[in-house]
Design a protein around this ligand. Structure first.
Ligand code: FAD
Length: 236
């Protein structure tokens, strides 16, 4: 790890770099990696590989969690990951705790990248939906959309302090939904005016919330169910 910063009170950005990233190819969009999170401070052998990690599971089993590539700088050989810091009964969950404790020089092992969703260039507009775990992917997709693209993003966060400045070239309307005000993605979508034309939908977040989103878009709005396939990023 080369750097860490707080993007918002509950979002930690971890930047990794080094020769291990040489040749890494990022597909952009919602590309994610499966991180192998060893206890902070664990010293891994120099020539450590995924194969060796797997052989070593019996004695040293990392926590495995999926995280989106928020930014890949091929020139500098760096990747940013944005970790939502969430807690239960006052204790940070595993990955959040790892991100909180990680310090410069700690190593991260990952598997991937995953295939990325291709935004449909023929759609009249793009509908991006998710909670804060999907915010890294939504941010990347908004950055990638060309200036003539139209996008509506519905992003649920804990409260206004968790909103981020998003860099967009396209014609984007960002609808922030705050749990602190009782908001949810499905109710925000129910109240929204959609532009006419064909829509390209991408959605990700908590499983139950994604089922509600799908029900709203397919059963109420009448969107084609084959085009509305939300991703489960976590389960409550
Ligand atoms: C393809 C993909 C990409 C993802 N990208 C990101 C990303 O870029 N950034 C990111 O922060 N997350 C991302 N996630 C979600 C992340 O992998 C999960 O939230 C993961 O469970 C967090 O691990 P943990 O150890 O902190 O919590 P866990 O040990 O997995 O869970 C502990 C408890 O916390 C609850 N929980 C898990 N996640 C959350 C949450 N976000 N908020 C509140 N409660 C939660 C669980 O229900 C459980 O009760 C992604 C998931 C997928 C599948």
């Amino acid at each position: 790890m080369v750097r860490t910063e707080r993007v918002t009170p509950k979002m930690a950005r971890i930047t990794v770099g080094g020769p291990g990233l040489a040749g890494f190819e990022n597909a952009g969009g919602d590309t994610a990696l499966m991180l192998y999170l060893y206890p902070p401070g664990t010293e891994l052998p120099e020539d450590f590989t995924i194969e060796k990690a797997r052989v070593g599971f019996a004695t040293l089993r990392p926590h495995m969690r999926s995280y989106t590539v928020r930014r890949h700088d091929a020139d500098k050989g760096e990747i940013d990951f944005d970790f939502v810091m969430h807690a239960h009964d006052g204790h940070l969950a595993t990955a959040s705790s790892w991100a909180e404790q990680a310090s410069i020089g700690d190593e991260m092992v990952f598997v991937g990248p995953s295939p990325a969703h291709s935004l449909n260039p023929d759609a009249d507009w793009h509908l991006l939906i998710g909670d804060e775990t999907a915010l890294p992917a939504i941010s990347v997709m908004l950055e990638e959309l060309p200036a003539d693209a139209v996008a509506h993003a519905f992003i649920e966060v804990a409260d206004p302090a968790e909103q981020q400045e998003l860099v967009v070239d396209c014609q984007a309307a960002i609808h922030w939904v705050h749990r602190s005000a009782g908001g949810s993605l499905a109710t925000a979508l129910a109240a929204a005016d959609f532009p006419p034309g064909t829509v390209d939908v991408w959605a990700a977040g908590e499983k139950g919330a994604m089922m509600d989103v799908r029900a709203q878009l397919v059963d109420v709005r009448g969107l084609d169910r084959r085009t509305v396939r939300p991703h489960t990023y976590w389960r409550a």
